[in-house]
Design a protein around this ligand. Structure first.
Ligand code: CMC
Length: 428
């Protein structure tokens, strides 16, 4: 028998259906509550609101579990590749050999962007943050592929938008970086795989040979897998929300890139390094910075700490911490910032403020350290996150469309003035 919940208010009782997910998570379905009672629910920041049902990613924040389409993040990070994981997230199953080959080739065929994109890029001053440039270039694809404006077209059309998004993202990202440093852009080298191609576009200089270090490209591949999806976070909810108005995939994802940019979300990886450098510059006085993070009169927060859903540990942070040790060891990099990060983590994890609030290092705490060791400049850290998150955004957008979800439109409780008369300026 299906479960129900009862809600009593003003002497009236309403029976509400309870929805149970595959992992026995339960949600009270309040979809008809307003029609029955005139009452809405209130939950700023959607802290306890399921905005959708989804078959893509399972996350158990209390036990530190993260699975894409049923496969554990630990296993995928160790055994899979980013392109295979992208296929899994977007199409629901691991690809067979031929399917993977076709997906990979289709992506390779579309890595070039229209030459006119360079004119858009040229319009940005070199002071432009690469995230702003990335979001703009991504959205500009609606102009180059106007057929994408109709998200209801046949599935082959949607497939092409998916391929173009995956293919062009590293090109846009590397070009945003080249713009920031005032260098000419590099074109994609399709003899290379996804991450190596991106590295070459980022770092090759005119007339100089560039050989991709396999340690670097495989570390990037792993980082992208770890970032590939994270169910209904701020940027993904944004993609679904924008897409729910039947906006195109490019504009929906561009909105997601902007949402990711903020320091409380993907922008935290850049802020972690800024924070660690500030602590180093300040003489490495970790206690002082911990005290600042605890002080309610000080806006400073320990960047890379805390998470809306993980209240035990972030499984991605565990993998990344180990990967940081491996990569720095293999590349022979000794980074004093890593020592500060480790000490900061040790001290915070023993401090009652962080223990009581269940604040642990999140994915961004160590990812910035690896990116630094790999030679990725700090303003590009959040762009790296965006490259990784792209298949998740695509999968969530596609699922939302296929499930024919209604337009996202939350309610509110009005707390402003009651109706009053307009007073002309001469009488105020
Ligand atoms: N440093 C100090 N105090 C913190 C921190 C922190 N990093 N994070 C949370 N708190 C405190 C907060 O002040 C509050 O204390 P109190 O109960 O006394 O008012 C309590 O912990 C709960 O915090 P909250 O802001 O209500 O929690 P939230 O779920 O709304 O926010 C968060 C989650 C990730 C935005 C927050 O932990 C934060 O700002 N962390 C730093 C930024 C960061 O690392 N973001 C990356 C998140 S992981 C990557 C991603 O998926 O986006």
């Amino acid at each position: 028998m299906s479960k129900t919940a009862e809600l009593s208010i003003d002497g009236k009782t309403y029976t509400l259906p309870v929805f149970t997910g595959t992992e026995n998570e339960m949600a009270i379905d309040i979809g008809k509550l307003r029609d029955q009672s005139g009452i809405v629910t209130l939950d700023p920041g959607y802290k306890n609101t399921g905005a959708t049902t989804s078959a893509i990613t399972y996350l158990d924040g209390d036990n530190g579990i993260l699975r894409y389409r049923g496969y554990s993040i630990e296993e995928l990070a160790e055994k899979s590749t980013f392109i295979e994981v992208a296929y899994l997230l977007i199409f629901g199953e691991l690809p067979g050999k031929d399917q993977l080959q076709r997906f990979r080739n289709d992506i390779k065929t579309h890595t070039l962007v229209h030459e006119d994109v360079k004119k858009i890029l040229d319009g940005f001053p070199s002071t432009a943050h690469p995230m702003g440039v990335l979001a703009s270039l991504f959205c500009s694809q609606t102009a180059f592929y106007p057929e994408s404006l109709d998200p209801n077209r046949a599935s082959e059309g949607v497939y092409m938008s998916i391929i173009r998004s995956m293919a062009k993202m590293p090109t846009f990202a590397a070009w945003a970086y080249k713009n920031a440093i005032g260098h000419p852009v590099n074109y994609p080298d399709n003899s290379l795989e996804y991450c190596s191609r991106f590295m070459k576009m980022m770092f090759a200089l005119p007339a100089e040979p560039y050989v991709v270090d396999p340690v670097i490209s495989s570390a990037i591949d792993k980082l992208l897998i770890l970032h590939a999806d994270h169910e209904q976070n701020c940027s993904t909810s944004t993609v679904r929300m924008v897409g729910s108005s039947q906006a195109s995939i490019y504009s929906s994802i561009s909105a997601g890139i902007n949402a990711l940019w903020g320091p409380l979300h993907g922008g935290a990886n850049q802020e972690v390094i800024v924070m660690l450098e500030a602590i180093a510059k300040d003489g490495g006085n970790i206690d002082k910075w911990i005290a600042k993070a605890k002080d309610k009169n000080d806006p400073f927060r320990l960047m890379g700490f805390g998470h809306r859903v993980y209240k035990n540990f972030d499984p991605r942070a565990k993998i990344i911490k180990k990967a940081a040790d491996d990569v720095l060891g293999k590349l022979g990099v000794k980074d004093p910032i890593l020592d500060i990060a480790r000490n900061l983590e040790d001290i915070a994890l023993r401090d009652s403020y962080f223990i009581e609030r269940k604040l642990y290092p999140n994915v961004d705490f160590y990812s910035g350290i690896i990116y630094r060791a790999l030679g990725i400049p700090v303003e590009m850290f959040t762009v790296m996150f965006a490259i990784g998150r792209l298949p998740g955004w695509i999968a969530q957008w596609k699922e939302m469309r296929e499930n024919k979800e209604p337009i996202g439109r939350p309610r509110q409780i009005y707390t402003g003035q009651k109706e009053r008369q307009y007073v002309p300026i001469t009488k105020r």
